[in-house]
Ligand binder design. Structure first.
Ligand code: FES
Length: 169
């Protein structure tokens, strides 16, 4: 269908076609603006994530565990945040890892059996960490325990000590 012509012979635009072309242009403009907006927001998110540092928060390797009087003689106290047992014997204090030396499961203190047991593959440890039943290949790791100047116990998991080392208080 051709558009009507005016007295000079030029084509006169059809108002219906003009309106439809205008709405198509508006629609395409809106779609383009939305696509650019989404792309802009996406690039801002990606840039922000790229610029923010990848930080791994780990528990501190040295931590206070309070005064000695908080721990009765012949007690085993599990500290879940640090995955450490604090053991007080008549001879003194020691701290040992609760992480099984087989494949790294968290062990459990069994007071009724006076032993530490691993729920994963059945390893059993004496209270002082020696292996009583495998498959754990090594005893539980012992960490240094010190007394701070203000009288708190301090455990340092970066300093591994002999099983026989105890802090006399
Ligand atoms: S992880 Fe403890 S026995 Fe396997």
């Amino acid at each position: 269908m051709t558009n009507p012509k005016d007295s000079t012979g030029a084509q006169v635009p059809n108002p219906a076609e003009e309106a439809s072309g205008s709405s198509r242009r508006n629609f395409l403009s809106e779609i383009t603006a939305m696509a650019l907006g989404v792309a802009g927001i996406g690039s801002i998110v990606v840039t922000t994530r790229y610029l923010s540092p990848n930080v791994l928060f780990e528990p501190p390797t040295s931590f206070r565990i309070g005064p000695p009087d908080d721990y009765p003689v012949n007690s085993v106290t599990y500290l879940p945040d640090q995955q450490v047992y604090i053991v007080r014997t008549p001879e003194g204090f020691y701290a040992e890892s609760a992480i099984c030396t087989h494949l790294g499961c968290i062990t459990q203190w069994k007071p009724e059996l006076n032993m530490i047991a691993c729920p994963c593959h059945g390893s059993k440890f004496k209270r002082e960490g020696s292996v009583e039943a495998g498959p754990a290949p090594r005893p539980l790791t012992h960490f240094a325990v010190r007394l701070t100047p203000d009288g708190d116990l301090l455990v340092d998991t970066l300093e591994i000590v002999q099983q026989t080392q105890v802090l006399k208080v």
